[in-house]
Ligand binder design. Structure first.
Ligand code: PLP
Length: 379
């Protein structure tokens, strides 16, 4: 038996997405920029796929710019958003619990003379709107706040934050990293009131190598990549039509199943907590993590890397934090005031629409085994 409980790191590619990619590679392989019928057929397919993805996000097709991944979308959103408003001033506000795609870009912008405020998280793993308001300055160019935190599953108050930022100065651009929220929670960019929003294919059962940046209609940005003028002149390069077709197929299915998926994920999360409470009561939840698919836990006194390895040896796949940390201490857990044993023993389980109660039973039984066979230390 195996239990794949690392869906926040990546999801399995659904059959519909794989078939769409295969069809596009084998039959519809033309270059959408060419004028003959094979190319025009590819262009028609691309336009249709963009419409489907836009419908899943709740925006206009022209507001979707394809990128290679969520990281790329985050990088461009910050760089181009900041650049667009640099005449206002060189100040950015973000949170201390963003993904590295945001934080590393902010560090680089700081080295180029930008001033960045990192809002600290509270004990629940969210951020305070009054801290945000206090950080706003006449020279603030851009605010970036993620919608769902990838390590804690916290849903951040993006809609209220964007409203307050726009009330302070409507010219400030607002970006949200919605990579972990897309097709897990119902939202649209317009309802959130954001100008820029990042999504990624491989978190929603599409393959790796495709993402998108929502850019609000009427917001002029400089090109990301120069060349043949694809993607409205913003990101040149022949479009990866097979990945886009797969992304669209995954979006179509994900959108149609969103309500059922949310109910299922909430049930699985509740069931996991109940089983842990009964069988491994030492396991504690970190933060209040209200997103239905992510559960941050700790087994104080145990080392999360060891837990991940032991569980992995038994076919239970969980994460010691964000997959991008590759063994480094998580800045998110560091930012919360957890005790050292809590921090050392922190790990994440994350579910998808296919996660079964049997997988949860197997995970809990394996964690029980690890607890009983490993030696805890409280230092
Ligand atoms: N933002 C968040 C919140 C994420 O969880 C991730 C991936 O884990 C990313 C951005 C990066 O997305 P990608 O893996 O598509 O580059």
């Amino acid at each position: 038996m195996t239990a794949y409980l690392d869906n926040a790191a990546t999801t399995s590619v659904c059959k519909e997405a794989a078939e769409a990619a295969y069809r596009t590679m084998i039959e519809g392989f033309g270059n959408p920029s060419t004028q003959y019928s094979l190319g025009q057929q590819a262009k028609k397919q691309l336009d249709g796929d963009r419409k489907i993805i836009a419908a899943a996000l709740g925006c206009q097709p022209k507001e979707i710019t394809f990128t290679s991944c969520g990281t790329e979308s985050d990088n461009w959103a910050l760089r181009l958003g900041a650049e667009r408003n640099h005449h206002k001033g060189r100040h950015i506000i973000t949170t201390a619990i963003e993904h590295d795609a945001i934080l590393q870009t902010c560090y680089q912008l700081e080295s180029e003379g930008w001033d960045v405020t990192y809002l600290p998280p509270n004990q629940d793993g969210s951020v305070s709107l009054s801290d945000l308001e206090a950080a706003l300055r006449p020279e603030t160019a851009l605010v970036s706040m993620m919608l769902v935190n990838n390590e804690l599953g916290t849903v951040l108050p993006v809609q209220e934050a964007a409203a307050r930022v726009k009330h302070y100065d409507r010219r400030i651009l607002f970006h949200t990293d919605a990579v972990q929220a897309f097709l897990k929670l119902p939202f649209t960019p317009a309802k959130l009131g954001v100008d820029l929003l990042s999504i990624s294919g491989h978190k929603i059962h599409a393959p790796k190598g495709i993402g998108a940046l929502y850019i609000r209609a009427g917001l002029p940005l400089k090109p990301m990549i120069l060349g043949g003028g694809q993607e409205n002149g913003l990101r040149s390069g022949t479009e990866p039509t097979a990945q886009i077709a797969a992304f669209a197929a995954a979006c179509e299915l994900g959108k149609a199943q969103l309500t059922d998926t949310m109910t299922h994920l909430e049930d699985i999360k509740r069931y996991t907590l109940e089983q842990l409470h009964t069988l491994v009561p030492e396991a504690e939840q970190i933060g209040s993590g209200s997103a239905p698919h992510i559960l941050a836990l700790t087994l104080p006194g145990y080392k999360s890397e060891v837990l991940v390895r032991v569980l992995g040896d038994h076919g239970v796949f969980i994460s010691a934090g964000s997959a991008c940390h590759r063994g480094k201490a998580s800045h998110v857990y560091e930012a919360l005031s957890l005790s050292k044993p809590q921090r050392n023993g922190a790990f994440r389980v994350s579910f998808d629409r296919n996660t079964s109660r049997e997988e949860i039973d197997y995970f809990v039984a394996t964690l029980q085994y690890a607890r009983d066979t490993l030696f805890p230390s409280m230092s």
